[in-house]
Design a protein around this ligand. Structure first.
Ligand code: C5P
Length: 416
């Protein structure tokens, strides 16, 4: 049912008796997985209350261009940029005329002018007003501007007339909206990704860590979102910007990362787990409460740090009793690449492993580019050097294909 997962839709409501049907439209879009924001004209609030729409959309309702508080939270330009699609339902004859003229005196008109997203209007009015040459001319001009018109249907109208002018049912409008978007490879799938290094405390000011920048995990996150997945990203200490539409959880140590991963999986069944983090294998056995003093007096003396083994996050997920996600691991090797990767795939019970050659300074840790070899159950594929963004898109499509092959059609791994 997640046909609009990750999609951001503005539902514009104008003043007309069909405004009550917009409530059902908002509810349906929300159920299809869309993030919905409602924008109402002044006259729309005479027909339906913003409070109803706020409850159904789960977001504050926007009503005024001149409300400084609302503009500060999310201004009209920001809203216009935020949207993947704008649908005006119902669109009154007055709204259609003002939109055709390019007026921007109210918030909804300003958004329609400022957005680059597809705009659909769903006219609903008395049949004579609809058939009027002025309205029909306006509709023609809007069509010439690539505005999509979801045409009114024939039926009995609120005023008692019978004819064309009725707003189509919300289900029909919602279905039509889904056709605006290309189906994504991971539509409606839950994907969990770990990224970056972990930091293992030695004392209050020192730690053990590694060279991971998190770039690959963050690029994979963006690619998974692009493919329609709901992504949770668990990140070690990195300075990467969180991609849009992602739930990010920040952690420091391997133990914290493992706890966060298991908590996410226990709260919401995950379809795919991509372990991209460079988790520290060891942590100091004891974290000193105060800073370790410089007590050595010559280079011949040594200071010993006792280390203990960190939990293997991938293995702990593979060992879960039920709902084990499709498991993707990474192998950063400097020697005997293939043999090591194959052994890791078997030992960690993985569905797929992505092999990095970290001995090559042109790729891997901290670099913007990478080249990998992908090993799966029936797959061995070498991908040439390319940007981590381009590589991530390829990897996500390989993961999606392998996941679809593993999960038979019709069988769902996560409850809906
Ligand atoms: O054993 P190694 O560290 O080489 O395995 C790398 C893969 O295992 C990566 O996918 C990494 O994210 C994951 N890993 C893990 N927990 C660890 C160590 C590695 O999940 N403690």
């Amino acid at each position: 049912m997640q046909k609009l997962n990750n999609k951001r839709i503005i539902v514009g409501i104008t003043g007309g008796i069909a405004a009550y049907k917009a409530a059902e439209l908002v509810r349906l879009l929300h159920r299809y997985g869309a993030d919905v924001r409602v924008v109402m004209t002044q006259s729309a609030s005479e027909f339906i209350t913003p409070l109803t729409l706020q409850a159904l959309s789960g977001n504050p309702v926007h009503t005024s261009l001149l409300d400084t508080e609302a503009e500060a939270a999310m201004g009209h330009i920001e809203l216009a940029r935020w949207a993947d699609a704008v649908v005006i339902a119902p669109a009154s004859a007055n709204f259609i005329a003002q939109m055709t003229a390019g007026l921007a005196g109210e918030l909804l008109y300003a958004i329609v002018l400022a957005t680059c997203a597809p705009v659909c209007i769903v006219p609903a009015m008395n049949k004579v007003m609809w058939e009027n040459k002025a309205t029909q001319d306006n509709i023609l001009r809007l069509r010439q501007r690539q505005i999509k018109i979801f045409y009114p249907v024939r039926g009995e109208q609120a005023c008692g007339d019978i004819g064309f002018g009725r707003m189509p049912e919300p289900e029909t409008i919602a279905q039509k909206l889904t056709t605006l978007f290309q189906p994504g490879l991971l539509d409606g799938k839950q994907v969990l990704i770990t990224a970056g290094p972990t930091r293992e405390k030695i004392d209050p000011v020192r730690y053990l860590s590694n060279n991971s920048s998190g770039k690959m995990g963050f690029a994979l996150t963006s690619a998974a979102v692009e493919a329609g997945a709901s992504v949770t990203l668990i990140a070690g200490p990195v300075s990467q910007r969180t991609p849009e539409r992602v739930r990010r959880i920040d952690v420091e140590s391997a133990v914290e990362m493992q706890q966060a991963v298991l908590k996410v999986i226990n709260t919401q069944t995950q379809d795919i787990f991509i372990a991209c983090a460079a988790v520290a294998d060891y942590r100091p056995q004891q974290v000193m409460k105060t800073k370790i003093k410089k007590t050595l007096s010559s280079p011949e003396e040594t200071l010993t740090l006792q280390l203990t083994l960190n939990p293997d996050i991938l293995m702990s997920v593979a060992a879960l009793q039920q709902h084990v996600p499709f498991l993707v691991g990474f192998a950063a090797e400097t020697d005997d690449l293939m043999a090591n990767a194959k052994e890791k795939m078997r030992r960690k019970n993985l569905d797929m492993i992505i092999l990095n050659d970290v001995a090559n300074p042109a790729i891997g840790f901290n670099s913007d580019n990478n080249a990998v070899t992908v090993l799966g159950q029936a797959l061995s594929l070498k991908l040439p050097v390319m940007s981590k963004q381009a590589l991530s898109r390829k990897l996500i499509s390989l993961i999606a294909e392998a996941y679809a092959r593993k999960v038979p059609v019709g069988k769902k791994t996560s409850p809906t």
